[in-house]
Structures are given as structure tokens and as C-alpha cells.
Write a protein that binds this ligand. Structure first.
Ligand code: G16
Ligand code: MG
Length: 218
């Protein structure tokens, strides 16, 4: 029986993925790496340093920068990103999410957050959703990023559930892969072609209700 939900943040609770892309795009232009929709999609759910590495690789620039210079570039991206986050309000919560979280609470489901973002607590606070997520996986405690299952296993552990008792909710292919590898039930929100591996698929957050989930389970 499902007893809890482990949530991704960016692209599920709110659309910070647009801000991440914008902030990285500025860095890509600066270093002269080519930007594409494919690269943009591939960065979703990927940690900050891994994202930078993907961008540099796309421009064959990986060897051009020292580790220190790479840290500086990643810091620059984060500065760009935080300027955008600072303008966020509860109006940036994606459609249906507030009601879905209220329904989960009303039905006593446990909730945790499995975001790769070190800025997740700040984003939740801007959205005034902090109280819904008493358990947040600390991305600094991870040894591997998505698609490794580690973050989703920790998300279940934080709410004292077995992975099989949890549903993981994602917008990124790497994240769905992580949920499946953790042995949780996966919900993929977005382009069904990109999220083909998800157990349950919705085109957007507004479609995600407890009833719709139940009707798609087995
Ligand atoms: C998010 C984004 C990624 C971002 C990562 C790290 O993951 O989707 O694009 O690179 O967090 O974010 P930060 O630089 O703020 O630490 P998720 O797991 O919330 O989708
Ligand atoms: Mg995401």
C-alpha cells in the first residue's frame, strides 16, 4: 500500500526549471558553448556541477577550465539563478499542486522532498510551502546525483517508509530513472515521450489528483 509521496521540486512544485535554464544559458553564451533544447531538457534534475560539465562538453570546452574556474562559473550561474528566485511568490506554484498537497495531508500521506537543488529550502519558503515539507533530503549528503536512486531512497527513509510504499513524482527523465531504480512507483509529469519509463504519466501538474493516480495504478 502507498503511504507516502517523495517529490521533486523543479518542474513539479514550481517551474524553476525555466530559471535554471535562463541562468545556465547566460553562462553557456559567456563560455561559447552551444545551447539547444536537447541540452536544456538534459539538464533537468542534474546537480549544479554535473550540469556545468554537460554544458562545457557540448562545446568541447571541458579541458579549457581548471577546477577553480569551474567552481567560479557554477557560482556565477547560481547568482543569476538566485536573482530570479528572489522574485518568486506563491503565484509560482504550479497548477493544482497546493490542492494536491492539501489532499495528501488530509489523507495522512507522508511527504518528503527529493530535490537535487541546494536552494530548495529557499524556493519553498518563497512559495510559502515550507510547512508541507518537514523532511527534505540534503543534496550535500548525496554521493551520486539523479539518475542514481540514492536521493529517492533517502526520501523514503526520511519518512520511515519502504521504497515500495512510496510514489516518486518527477518531471525529468533522469529523475524517473532514479525513482524506478529505487523501486518506488514513478509519476512522470510532462512530455510522455521523454518520460516513457514512468509508471504513471500526466501531461501537466493540474491532472495529478489522488483519483487519477488510483485509476492508473495496476
Ligand atoms: C534541480 C534542477 C537542476 C539543477 C539542480 C541543482 O533539480 O532541475 O536543473 O541543476 O536542481 O540545483 P541548485 O544549483 O539550485 O543546487 P530537481 O531535483 O529539483 O529537479
Ligand atoms: Mg525536476
Amino acid at each position: 500500500d502507498i503511504k507516502g509521496f517523495v517529490f521533486d521540486l523543479d518542474g513539479v512544485i514550481t517551474d524553476t526549471s525555466v530559471f535554471h535554464s535562463q541562468a545556465w544559458h547566460q553562462v553557456a553564451d559567456k563560455v561559447g558553448a552551444p545551447w539547444s533544447q536537447e541540452l536544456e531538457d538534459g539538464l533537468k534534475g542534474i546537480s549544479r556541477m554535473d550540469s556545468l560539465e554537460m554544458i562545457l562538453k557540448a562545446g568541447n570546452l571541458s579541458d579549457k577550465y581548471t577546477e577553480d574556474e569551474k567552481v567560479d562559473l557554477a557560482t556565477e550561474k547560481n547568482t543569476n539563478y538566485l536573482k530570479l528566485v528572489d522574485q518568486m511568490t506563491p503565484a509560482n506554484i504550479l497548477p493544482g499542486i497546493k490542492k494536491f498537497l492539501d489532499d495528501l495531508k488530509a489523507h495522512n500521506y507522508l511527504i518528503s522532498l527529493a530535490s537535487a537543488s541546494k536552494n530548495a529550502p529557499k524556493v519553498l519558503s518563497k512559495l510559502q510551502l515550507t510547512d508541507y515539507f518537514p523532511q527534505i533530503v540534503d543534496p550535500q549528503s548525496l554521493t551520486k546525483g539523479k539518475p542514481d536512486p540514492e536521493i529517492y531512497l533517502k526520501g523514503a527513509e526520511l519518512i520511515n517508509l519502504k521504497p515500495e510504499q512510496c510514489i516518486g513524482v518527477e518531471d525529468a527523465a533522469a529523475g524517473v530513472e532514479a525513482i524506478n531504480a529505487a523501486n518506488e512507483t514513478s509519476i512522470g509529469i510532462g512530455d510522455p515521450k521523454i518520460l516513457a519509463a514512468a509508471d504513471i504519466k500526466f501531461n501537466d501538474t493540474g491532472e495529478m489528483t489522488l483519483d487519477h493516480i488510483k485509476s492508473q495504478m495496476n
